[in-house]
Write a protein that binds this ligand. Sequence first.
Ligand SMILES: Cc1ncc(COP(=O)(O)O)c(C=O)c1O
Length: 416
Amino acid sequence: MGRFILKCLKCGREYGQEYRLTCENDDSFLRAEYLEKRLELRDQPGIGRFHSWLPVQEELTTEAGPITYRSEALSKELGLSNLYIGFSGYWPERGAFIKTCSFKELEAHPTMQLLKESGGKAIVLASAGNTGRAFAYSSALTGMDAYIVVPDSGVSSIWLPEEPTDSIHLISMTPGNDYTDAINLAGRIAKLPGMVPEGGARNVARREGMGTVMLDAAVTIGRMPDHYFQAVGSGTGGVSAWEASLRLKADGRFGSKLPKLQLAQNLPFVPMYNAWKAGRREIIPEIDMKDAKRQIEETYATVLTNRAPPYAVTGGLYDALVDTDGIMYAVTKDEALEAKALFESLEGIDILPPSAVAAASLLKAVEAGNVGKDDTILLNIAGGGFKRLKKDFTLFQVKPSVTVSSSDVSLDELGI
Ligand SMILES: Cc1ncc(COP(=O)(O)O)c(C=O)c1O
């Protein structure tokens, strides 16, 4: 018997347990509804603890999982009494063992498991860096093929803490192509026979994997936080946190008020910030991301640069922000670097650029009075511990099997 059904958020059509990204009637998100309505923690080391609300049959045994701890130093510096850090990365002293150093690994493991359970063999995805590394690692662990398309700026991010396997197929794109070009090429490859698109935010396994950050926080704190801070590029993490809190609310033991999403992008590329500020569901490219490619080149945290984020779609980020009375921030590179230095010196762990953007947004929120001094706050440090990892592991660069010059190349050139 299945553990969940997939339900279309617009027309309500239900599907059984399968690797499905879209409804046959419309373009809305599908959401998983689990038979287990109460979160029953499993005896697993990582995200497998949250099996109740992961769309897979077998419990995941990976040690990769989010951790949550109560901040002391940063909390004191900001004058906050209930600041919690959700950390996804490598920090063994705190029990954090994500060896690709970001919460993207929380998405990769359930996705590969769901793919395996539904008979799929090869997954195709685009990445600006962190997602590709996470799926490459999951491919190395499971032996399942992964075709990963990255822009030139992302190639150096595709490393592993062990020897890469033949199951990893890295396709790089020449300079001038960005993350969205990689998405377009991956979309074409995914139509080849035997290939399965990972689906980005449409993939419930990805969303539920990321949602475990909120679940871990709620079980650690004993209730849902009042505020949730994260830097977003696609916004999937924001949607995931919202969906996880809807389930926690229905569970009944973790409070009834949904955490307020407080999400950040980095200047000059801030399309979702612009649309949200203007009160619009639609992103208007000419207004919200004029000269997008140039903006992206100037951006500090490049993984936050998705030109086609799931913002307007039913069940997407706009709906999540409306439902949680959310706030969005635009952060400069200087603000991010300042917040990074502050966080690292006070909390004692190195963090990735997007996490610096998230930390900067918390500083802005405190300054603007968007959080109360005694409110319970969850800061999602979605990537970190890279320097810490290098002390314990040798890292291996994954080499591209082919480099292409545009998303329109003939697929024969790829030698798949
Ligand atoms: C460390 C980290 N934080 C935040 C994000 C933004 O994630 P999303 O917009 O998919 O929620 C990313 C995306 O790659 C990331 O790697």
